[in-house]
Design a protein around this ligand. Structure first.
Ligand code: IPE
Ligand code: IPE
Ligand code: MG
Length: 238
């Protein structure tokens, strides 16, 4: 069992490998995404049970619109299905749901389902579950810059007074701690425009397993690996 004292406060996951999983099983890519959602269920439950403060999942990037129309609509349909089938259990577990990303760029039914889930769970004090949908870190940073520039223009803030805390507060992740542990499955070792600012001091693990095959045991292996890391944040331990 993972040492609870060394748990990360904020875990971020790039759930990658659904396409390769489908291919390996001679199935359509949509089936890979469906299996991916199943894997997700267990990881969310475990995070809530062991007391992780925040879990942020990369579900759809601003670049994923480049995929075929069939795949994008399968993903959008799955999203709707996810919110309607999971919301009761998540709410019961006291999970607070937040969406990170540009909601305006989503189709209306998806946007409405997301907003309903956020509204329904906003007072929950358990796991902070953040789902990055139509998310891109560069778009997020740019939007924070615009917010602060607008405030400066209106005389609310002086440019020289802008702090890192002000900047963090203008991001989608406003009230979340920085990412402590970033997990990307499928063996790829890149960030793909995910939480570029928030991962400044994240510990990273890159399990080879494809996302649909990622188990709670794999999750604990990643948490254990985090627990064994020596985090220095630029300092020196004597
Ligand atoms: C990640 O799996 C899920 C999304 C991007 C929505 P992929 O679909 O990227 O899987 P691979 O990388 O093609 O295997
Ligand atoms: C990142 O994975 C996005 C999600 C997991 C939602 P991708 O599969 O889209 O990233 P690249 O294209 O391999 O960098
Ligand atoms: Mg991928």
């Amino acid at each position: 069992m993972t040492d609870v004292r060394k748990l990360p406060r904020h875990v971020a996951i790039i759930m990658d490998g659904n396409g390769r999983w489908a291919k390996a099983h001679a199935l359509k890519v949509a089936m890979g995404h469906r299996k991916g959602v199943e894997a997700l269920r267990g990881i969310i439950r475990e995070s809530s049970d062991i007391g992780i403060e925040a879990l942020t999942l990369y579900a759809f990037s601003t670049e994923n619109w480049r995929r075929s129309e069939a795949e994008v609509s399968a993903l959008m349909a799955l999203l709707l299905e996810y919110f309607s089938s999971e919301i009761d259990e998540l709410d019961e577990k006291n999970v607070r749901i937040r969406i990170l990303g540009d909601k305006q760029g989503l189709p209306a039914p998806q946007r409405e389902a997301i907003e309903k889930a956020e509204e329904r769970t906003k007072e929950n004090g358990g796991l902070k579950l953040n789902i990055a949908i139509n998310y891109g870190a560069r778009a997020e940073i740019l939007s924070a810059v615009r917010t602060l520039a607008q405030k400066a223009k209106e005389g609310e803030i002086l440019p020289e007074d802008i702090t890192e805390a002000d900047f963090s507060a203008a991001l989608y992740t406003r009230d979340l701690p920085d990412v402590d542990l970033l997990i990307r499955t499928s063996g790829e070792m890149r960030l793909s425009n995910f939480l570029l600012y928030q991962c400044a001091y994240a510990e990273m693990v890159f399990p080879k397993v494809l996302w649909p095959d990622f188990t709670v045991a794999d999750y604990h292996a990643a948490l254990d690996s985090f627990g064994a890391r020596d985090r220095r944040f630029g300092g020196r331990k004597e």
